[in-house]
Write a protein that binds this ligand. Structure first.
Ligand SMILES: Nc1ncnc2c1ncn2[C@@H]1O[C@H](COP(=O)(O)OP(=O)(O)OP(=O)(O)O)[C@@H](O)[C@H]1O
Length: 581
């Protein structure tokens, strides 16, 4: 049963066990609320007995009152345990769920992030987790608890008097069927509501991320119009969903109340015929008045559980994604990167790399060049196992990278990308990201070598200046130099430089290249650069065009041929003489 609960509600083993515990405590709490009814009846019996035989009607009631007081304490204790099981355990599970999702995201291949919208992922991590927390602390255990306690109370009532029990209970299955029958309607409109709200969240996040471009392109009104439409749709979807759910649940709850009328009708007619005791009639009247309320609440809980299904489904989709695994022990014999007949495509679309074969040797600089979109960045990222190749083999030091655990593999790589990511932290910590255990002196040395020192010292608090989100307060060249400083600090045996010096002016580029030359001694360097002057000093050039290796060799040898490389170099030399008129 625990396994099944884990699967249905996407819980951990402990979470499923806690759900069972919370349900059992809810059953106990529901039944405990029936006990005062028994005490009341006992007291009534005593009073009626006293009145019938002319004795003091309050005679035997004192000890019943004392018993009642003990019961109050007992009921309090049960509710305390129920509270603990419901809330404390749920919040723990919720924290675990978030950690589990975070861990899972860490292990997922980058291909997953290409398929999923980032704002959707954030919403799944934050708001879906919160609403599931609400569902598991308020709805699910109460729903199952009430179902079980109603079954137990039904059995008790049937044993006491089956005729009256039927008069009280016939409405329960009928209204239950009403709720279940409307489930598909609730799920349909609930899902539409969820998707419409998610579209608003996506739209808002997109707006915040692209606000500069929207303004620059004068598209503010058009964009806001689209966002307003999404908001209108979300509003309509919410009203529709609330209306459908409200109508279904309120009808079922109203139907339940019919049971009180039938209890009175059947009870009175049995009383008149003399086949029912007055106390028994009172017991059923009280039972009817107490029983319907938790069942009515359960119908509302069921609606909330139905609407949680889509969130649970999304969460399970993430949790069931296959992760990149591999050996955690890895000792390569050297650091040569070898591509052998590699094919690759993103999202099963057209092939991005086709039958790509080349080697980037340790101690050499290998440059990937070619027209835009030719697959250079893709090849560099495949070398670090950001994705796995569809066919062929990529190896580092003879070992297939797809067999090495990604984090273990990445310890061997220092990477500088075109798009530098900086964190909301101090400049010092942003550089230290290259090697967590580096001392301040080592960070300063790396920053100096990457030509960062001058601009960092001009910042208000120097190295202790907080960088805004993604380094928004720094220029492109400054961000790139921080990223280079990180790579220098990491000092890994394989270096991937994807347009690493593209945002630098000529003076800085020369200085940074001098620093990089120091870094790349005896290392495997795979460099992507559009500036041919950067590429001419490489040991080997691999020209990638439309995903295929068009040419390969030493740059001077390639210049002797009338191929794509020479054409690119000539074009760039020509373009250097261009002037804007
Ligand atoms: N994450 C991704 N998802 C889907 N397609 C992608 C992704 N990244 C790149 N592509 C596509 O793969 C192809 C190769 O892209 P890639 O960035 O590797 O080329 P490139 O040679 O490095 O280009 P550039 O010189 O312009 O940076 C392009 O058609 C691009 O649109």
């Amino acid at each position: 049963m625990i396994r099944k609960l884990q699967k249905v509600y996407a819980l951990t083993e402990q979470g499923a066990k806690d759900l069972v515990k919370a349900t059992l405590w809810t059953v106990a709490a529901n039944i405990s609320l029936m006990i005062p009814m028994g005490v009341l009846i006992l007291a009534l019996e005593k009073i009626i007995e006293g009145l019938s035989y002319g004795a003091d009607p309050a005679g035997g009631v004192w000890w019943i009152t004392a018993f009642g007081a003990v019961l109050v304490v007992f009921i309090y204790i049960i509710h305390w345990f129920q509270y603990k099981a419901l809330y404390i355990a749920t919040y723990k599970e919720s924290a675990n769920r978030r950690i589990r999702l975070g861990e899972k995201l860490r292990e997922l291949p980058l291909s997953f992030f290409g398929q999923r919208d980032l704002s959707d992922l954030t919403a799944t991590m934050m708001s879906d987790c919160s609403s599931l927390e609400q569902a598991f602390s308020h709805f699910v255990p109460q729903m199952w608890g009430t179902v079980i306690s109603t079954i137990l109370i039904t059995i008790g009532l049937l044993i006491m008097d089956w005729r009256m029990a039927l008069a009280v209970l016939w409405v329960v299955p009928v209204s239950f069927v009403l709720v279940l029958a409307s489930r598909w309607l609730q799920v349909k409109y609930g899902t539409q509501n969820f998707l419409a709200k998610r579209a608003v969240t996506d739209g808002l996040q997109e707006l915040l991320e692209t606000v500069k471009d929207i303004k620059a392109c004068n598209q503010k009104e058009k964009y806001l119009k689209g966002l307003n439409e999404k908001l209108d749709q979300a509003e309509k979807a919410t009203i529709r969903s609330e209306l459908v759910t409200g109508t279904c649940i309120t009808s079922a709850q109203a139907f339940l109340k019919l049971g009180l009328a039938t209890t009175v009708l059947v009870g009175v007619s049995l009383l008149i015929r003399g086949s029912l005791e007055l106390t028994m009639f009172l017991i059923f009247l009280i039972a009817a008045s107490r029983l319907y309320e938790p069942i009515g609440i359960t119908f509302m809980n069921m609606a909330a559980v139905f609407s949680s299904q889509i969130k649970i489904k999304r969460m399970k989709e993430i949790e069931e994604q296959p992760v990149q695994t591999g050996k955690q022990e890895y000792t390569p014999k050297n650091y040569d990167i070898t591509f052998e007949h590699v094919n690759f495509s993103y999202n099963d679309s057209d092939g991005v790399l086709e039958n790509v074969t080349f080697q980037a040797k340790q101690g050499e600089v290998t440059a990937l060049v070619g027209p835009s979109g030719g697959g250079k960045s893709t090849a560099a990222r495949l070398a670090a196992r950001f994705w796995d190749a569809d066919a062929g083999k990529i190896s580092l030091g003879g070992m297939d990278v797809s067999e090495v655990e990604p984090e273990t593999l990445l310890k061997n790589y220092a990477i500088v990308f075109q798009d530098v990511v900086l964190f909301r932290d101090t400049v010092m910590e942003n550089i230290r990201l290259g090697r967590r255990e580096a001392t301040d002196e080592e960070v300063l040395a790396a920053a100096g070598a990457a030509q960062c020192d001058e601009f960092i010292k001009k910042l208000p608090q120097g190295y202790q200046t907080m960088i805004g989100e993604n380094g928004a307060t720094l220029s492109g060249g400054e961000r790139q130099r921080i990223s280079i400083a990180r790579a220098l600090l990491k000092d890994a045996p394989v270096i991937l430089l994807d347009e690493a010096t593209a945002s630098l002016d000529v003076e800085n580029e020369t200085a940074v290249q001098a620093a990089l030359s120091g870094l790349i001694q005896n290392k495997t360097v795979l460099i992507i650069a559009h500036r041919m002057r950067t590429v001419m000093g490489a040991d080997k050039v691999v020209v990638l065009a439309e995903g295929k290796v068009a040419e390969m060799g030493h740059p001077q040898d390639l210049m002797k041929e009338k191929g794509l490389f020479r054409h690119m170099v000539e074009l760039q030399t020509e373009s250097q003489g261009w002037v804007l008129h």
